[in-house]
Design a protein around this ligand. Structure first.
Ligand code: AMP
Length: 334
């Protein structure tokens, strides 16, 4: 039986953090055992906010090494700008997507407020969920492992696929489904009212490659109680710490014990924080060592990713050929 297909992607906008890892990337790694997986570093997406060209290329390679260090296989990984068919399919999909629906995307509302600080909101920022639909559908993906923040974008992808199928009169695209981890939304430890994220600033994310001292400092200063909670309800900050402990594999087996101490009112938050910090420090040590090893073979690794991108591109080219045929466009004969 043919394996189901999985597609996901990440923007090269800086460090890989524990929100990315526990929310999505840990699933990318696991799913490789069972499915045909394709994972992208989507550099076209990183142009939608104000950016510096030289830094973009550096970040693209950096996130490639980071993904490999946490367990993504080189043969499953591609760089989006090495597969330009994504941009071509994205244009076609623009004509199958309603403008009003794009305006309703909450990520557009959040990010355009941020971009407005620089007096420039690119049309790309409004349009990038369409490029994301192309990223997913170009590989005819069945499943998309992402965090909860991507739910609305995935619904848009399904709408585009449905509209395309209807117009061309063929069930060409399958409608992809989201796959969540057990922790699809990791919160900022500094402000648990928002998700862990790079764009909010340094204190709002913990890098998966962070040194021990930094992890301990960030976890020690994690916000626990945020004012009055409805009676019997765990505060978001404390819940987030428990989720981090569970997601990190709870290496010392403390989760249940700390949970029952919390329930009996005997938990000192410093115990929970120490357990979380210990677990993250151990994980980050392994990740840092793997990345350092990969960086010693920079040239070979880059060569492998260029080769996997070229291989993956063949599948993208086939989809675009078929889509153009169905959409009434012309194909260049090779
Ligand atoms: P991005 O860094 O926005 O390109 O996101 C890469 C992946 O990480 C996407 O699948 C996101 O849904 C996921 N992700 C980002 N931040 C979080 C978070 N705080 N919690 C859970 N998943 C996240």
């Amino acid at each position: 039986m043919e394996k189901k297909r999985v597609l996901s992607a990440i923007q090269p906008t800086g460090d890989l953090h524990y929100g990315n890892y526990f929310g999505a990337i840990s699933n990318w790694v696991k799913l490789q055992e069972k499915y045909e997986c394709t994972y992208g570093v989507v550099d076209y997406h990183a142009m939608t906010m104000p950016y510096v060209p030289k830094k973009l290329r550096e970040n693209t390679w950096d996130i490639v090494f980071s993904l490999l260090a946490v367990g993504v296989k080189a043969e499953n990984l591609f760089i989006q700008s090495l597969v330009p068919e994504h941009a071509e399919l994205s244009w076609i999909f623009n004509c199958f997507c309603s403008y009003g629906q794009l305006l309703r995307m909450t990520q557009f509302k959040d990010k355009s407020a941020k971009a407005a600080e620089t007096d420039f909101i690119s049309a790309g920022l409004l349009d990038y969920p369409v490029l994301q639909a192309a990223d997913i559908l170009i590989y005819r993906a069945d499943y998309v492992p992402v965090g909860q923040d991507q739910k609305q974008h995935l619904e848009l992808t399904r709408d585009i696929a449905q509209r395309f199928n209807k117009v061309v009169g063929k069930e060409y695209f399958v409608l992809p489904e989201i796959l969540y981890t057990e922790t699809p939304k990791i919160l900022s430890t500094a402000d648990p009212s928002r998700k862990m994220s790079k764009s909010a600033g340094e204190k709002h994310y913990i890098s998966v490659f962070a040194e021990e001292a930094r992890i301990r400092k960030q976890i020690r200063s994690a916000v626990t109680d945020m004012g009055e909670q409805p009676s019997g309800k765990m505060s978001p900050g404390v819940r987030n710490l428990f989720e981090l402990l569970r997601a990190a594999g709870d290496p010392q087996g403390l989760y249940e014990e700390l949970k029952s101490e919390y329930e009996s009112g005997a938990l000192r938050y410093v115990q929970l924080k120490d357990a979380v910090a210990d677990a993250l420090v151990a994980l980050s040590k392994v990740f840092r060592e793997c990345k350092a090893e990969l960086l010693e073979n920079k040239k070979e690794v880059k060569g492998a990713i260029k080769a996997s991108s070229a291989e993956i591109r063949k599948r993208a080219q086939q989809t675009v050929r078929e889509v153009k045929e169905l959409a009434g466009l012309l194909n260049v004969k090779c």
